[in-house]
Design a protein around this ligand. Structure first.
Ligand code: SF4
Ligand code: SF4
Length: 100
């Protein structure tokens, strides 16, 4: 399942850089988690890194995004493929060519 951040968040900023999927971002008032990117850290770590580091324990499971471990793996693989495609997509534009 994806996780979520509750309104107990104190905006301490420590969880955002810990997320291996860039799923955490600053929302309108507090930090939020994109459920399409959160894999509960499956594929990267044994434990959710944001939960481990949050000083106020305000990151529970998101009940609207119930997912099995297998589904989380599939999400991890999709995110990894997307990232690889984004990084490898530089050949189209390529380096600037000097005008003759
Ligand atoms: S559980 Fe992992 S993937 Fe999900 S938001 Fe937290 S750090 Fe990111
Ligand atoms: S670590 Fe916890 S309190 Fe700090 S910004 Fe993240 S969710 Fe909010």
């Amino acid at each position: 399942m994806a996780l979520m951040i509750t309104d107990e968040c104190i905006n301490c900023d420590v969880c955002e850089p810990e997320c291996p999927n860039d799923a955490i971002y600053m929302g309108t008032e507090i930090y939020e988690i994109d459920p399409h990117k959160c894999t509960e850290c499956v594929g990267h770590f044994d434990e959710p890194q944001c939960v481990q580091i949050c000083p106020v324990a305000c990151i529970p499971i998101n009940p609207e995004h119930a997912e099995s471990r297998e589904t989380l793996w599939q999400k991890f693989e999709r995110l990894t493929a997307d990232k690889a495609a984004a990084q490898g997509g530089g050949t189209e534009s390529g380096p600037p060519v000097a005008a003759s």
